[in-house]
Write a protein that binds this ligand. Structure first.
Ligand code: CP3
Length: 340
């Protein structure tokens, strides 16, 4: 079995730098677009046969060292009483966002084996299909990022509603994040029981917070999730965007590997994260839209900065963009393996 990815998570030596890509399954792949003509994103997420097929699409054609479960961060919203849908071209839209302290009371915890049993079925099917080819990564959202979607009702640029809520209603904010932390801990544990071999906690928007606000409003809730997973022995990855100012605090919250974006050179980010952790990253996804040679040079720079130290997982600083050429992604994965 190809266990480079799991070895790097544990900071063990590897034969080549492991590589996978956030959003490695998605719109930049024609097979995915073909399936999306017949099914909605939520249909694919909820139908194990389809979710398995989409998860495997990149594994079959790109030289990646891990598969990531095809699902979405927001799936737990529905059983929590936060109905939502994906609107074409606009992203997620939550029907009745949380706007007042009293709204927090209608947010429910749920039993993942019942409400999201289809995700667990997908995981069990994937482990059989993958048959040890590459390990399977599961994932969930950190409380801050989940709460920000629940409050904004969809994507945001300023996170003004989220921040206003958290400053004005701290008790309700902490109660809401507490629920997300419990739900995510149970959901990720259920994913691990079903067979995922590593889990990534996405705190995609934590970089919107000042360091002090991160420590007060986000970190304690994220920490609870990592503590709840500690006894599973399964490696954890902790990812956010624009997190330069809070990398030491994210690392303190938990994660065997910290995922970083492209804003800091990898070696500097690793110093902030601490050498006792692994690091994942950190090519700017837009570099894949440029010339091949420039992309390779940028990848080489990252590899040089990792300098062969155990614990580096090559990835982008955020997801593959929909207008990326598949050939560029294939070439990048091959290049990382050839030039580790
Ligand atoms: O990485 C993978 O290959 C696994 C699949 C995956 C999806 N969503 C499928 C998806 C993962 C890991 C996610 C996580 C997710 N979902 C995050 C955290 C990661 C990040 O980007 O920071 C967030 C914030 C979401 C919520 C979400 N889902 C948004 C904001 C959007 C719309 C934005 C967009 O890219 O269109 C989605 C839609 C979504 N989730 C797509 C995919 C492949 C788009 C594809 C489609 O519409 O068919």
């Amino acid at each position: 079995m190809n266990d480079r990815f799991l070895r790097a998570c544990r900071r063990q030596p590897v034969d080549k730098t492991p590589v996978w890509f956030m959003r490695q399954a998605g719109r930049y792949m024609s097979d995915y677009r073909a399936l999306r003509e017949r099914y909605s994103l939520l249909q694919i997420c909820r139908e194990p046969e389809l979710a398995v097929a989409v998860t495997l699409q990149p594994v079959d054609v790109i030289d990646v060292d891990a598969a990531i479960l095809f699902s979405d961060l927001l799936l737990p919203f529905t059983p929590m009483g936060l109905d939502f849908d994906f609107l074409k071209g606009e992203g997620p839209s939550i029907e009745r966002p949380i706007r007042h302290a009293a709204d927090v009371q209608r947010v429910r915890a749920f039993e993942p084996r019942q409400a999201l049993g289809h995700v667990l079925t997908t995981i069990r099917m994937l482990r059989k299909e993958l048959d040890g080819r590459v390990p399977l990564i599961g994932f969930g959202g950190a409380p801050f990022t989940m709460a920000s979607y629940a409050i904004e009702g969809g994507p945001s640029t300023s996170y003004a509603k989220t921040k206003a809520f958290m400053y004005a209603q701290p008790a309700a904010w902490h109660a809401l994040c507490d629920t997300f932390a419990s739900v995510m801990s149970a959901y990720l544990r259920a994913q691990i029981e079903a067979g995922v071999q590593a889990v990534q906690v996405f705190d995609s928007w934590a970089g919107q917070l000042s360091r002090d606000d991160y420590r007060e409003f986000a970190q304690p809730h994220s920490r609870r999730i990592f503590e709840a997973l500690a006894d599973t022995g399964v490696p954890t990855l902790h990812f956010g965007v624009g997190t330069t100012a809070i990398l030491p605090d994210m690392a303190a919250a938990g994660g065997d590997v910290i995922g970083v974006d492209w804003r800091l050179p990898l070696d500097q980010a690793w110093t902030l994260v601490g050498e006792d952790r692994g690091i994942q990253g950190n090519l700017d996804p837009t570099v894949l839209l440029g010339p091949r040679e420039r992309m390779m040079a940028a990848a080489d720079d990252i590899l040089r900065r990792a300098a062969g130290r155990a614990g580096h997982i090559f990835n982008l600083g955020h997801g593959v963009l929909p207008n990326t050429n598949l050939e560029q992604v294939q070439a990048l994965a091959r290049h990382v393996h050839a030039n580790w």
